[in-house]
Design a protein around this ligand. Structure first.
Ligand code: NAD
Length: 358
């Protein structure tokens, strides 16, 4: 594997404010920031699942940990002011499609107004230079075609989660044009970009209604995994891949307003795969007769095919996926097996991360 394009000297001692640090991606990001020598300040609600990677690995000691709600504008502003960050990575969200059907109001309040609160707090915090707001691959108006969506395709979203994240993109664009225009960088100082990653897999995700954690829970219990839509195609990638992309983007944004746009981070378009392939390979990595079956129940709408085109990140940022899908699944199964056996998960996670980061 080529070495990561990240500049370690840039990150050493860098003050970084992370929202959503107690979640799945947040936990891996804390490990990455630690590895790079950055000073992480986390602001989130408590871990959204039990168990959680954040608690299992004791990641509180890897950051200045603040518990708070991004819907609380004043609380968020105060935490940002106290952290005095130069880099802001915004990941806190209600991130589940099915939960968004159950409670669309909380989903919009968290995802849209939470993002607006954060952007507005950045407006009043001198010293902030790079802001990367994490949305999702689901921000595009899914028209059912076989091609990967590009950054300039139309935004949309049928379910409240996808739609709320598309609305975030509009708010981000408005803040960029109104308050952080790249042409006036010397006046306001802030580079603001959004990042749209594909379906992320890896050890440490314990959410319900996501394929990988559902699979590993079923396999560990000796039961078949029940799958809603085996033929749905998604851009799967290991969690370390987009996180490396977010960091690279923050690095580039620090001095160059040209990077203040939207970015896709996903596998190569032809490596997106149907759910059933992922389930087959995961079951093979797990062994012990692990299997899956189609869930016959009725389920709310989810897009049949979703692919991302990551060409822009490859050509302009120098970011490229480094793990093949099968390697990502192998690492994932290895992590959950270590969890099921009660092994040292901090050691397992750091070993995987160091092998990835080179
Ligand atoms: N996991 C994926 O496949 C995937 C794919 C694309 C995009 N994303 C995006 O990446 C980000 C992180 O996703 P994840 O998979 O780690 O989710 P997660 O559910 O594991 O973590 C969500 C984090 O947000 C925090 N949070 C939720 N509501 C909050 C609130 N009101 N105030 C403060 N904190 C709050 C939680 O405490 C947690 O730290 C989200 O923005 C999600 O939309 C995830």
């Amino acid at each position: 594997m080529e070495s990561l394009a990240l500049n370690r000297a840039f990150w050493r001692g860098r003050r970084v404010f992370v929202t959503g640090h107690t979640g799945f991606k947040g936990a891996w990001l804390l490990l990455m920031l630690r590895e790079l020598g950055a000073e992480a300040h986390g602001f989130s609600l408590p871990p959204p699942t039990g168990p959680s990677m954040f608690a299992l690995l004791g990641l509180q000691r890897y950051c200045r940990h603040a518990v708070g709600d991004i819907r609380d504008r004043d609380g968020l502003s105060a935490a940002l002011a106290e952290a005095r960050p130069e880099v802001v990575l915004h990941m806190a969200a209600q991130p589940l499609v099915r939960a968004s059907y159950d409670d669309p109001v909380v989903t919009y309040a968290t995802n849209v107004m939470g993002t607006v609160h954060l952007l507005d707090a950045c407006r009043h915090e001198a010293g902030v230079r790079s802001v990367v707001a994490i949305t999702t691959d689901k921000v595009y108006d899914n028209v059912g075609w076989v091609w990967g969506y590009r950054e300039n395709d139309r935004l949309g979203g049928t379910d409240p989660y996808s739609n709320s994240k598309a609305a975030c993109e509009l708010a981000i664009d408005s803040y960029r044009r109104s308050f952080f225009p790249p042409a006036k960088r010397d006046v306001h100082g802030v580079g603001l970009a959004s990042a749209r990653a594909g379906n992320v897999i890896g050890g440490g995700d314990f959410a319900v209604d996501r394929l990988v954690p559902d699979a590993l829970r079923a396999f560990a219990a000796g039961e078949p995994l029940m799958i809603r839509n085996p033929l749905s195609v998604r851009p799967w990638q290991h969690v370390m891949e987009p996180l490396a992309g977010y960091l690279l983007l923050a690095e580039r944004l620090f001095d160059d307003g040209a990077f203040a746009t939207g970015w896709n981070f996903g596998p190569r378009t032809d490596e997106s795969a149907p759910v059933k392939d992922v389930a087959d390979r995961l079951a093979a990595h797990w062994g012990e007769g692990a299997s899956w079956a189609q869930d016959p129940a009725e389920h709310p709408h989810e897009a049949a095919t979703l692919k991302l085109d990551p060409t822009k990140a490859r050509l302009e940022l120098g970011w490229a996926p480094r793990l093949a899908l099968d390697d990502a699944l192998r690492l994932t199964a290895e992590w959950y097996r270590a969890w099921a056996r009660g092994e040292d998960l901090l050691a397992v996670s750091e070993r995987q991360l160091r092998a990835y980061m080179g």
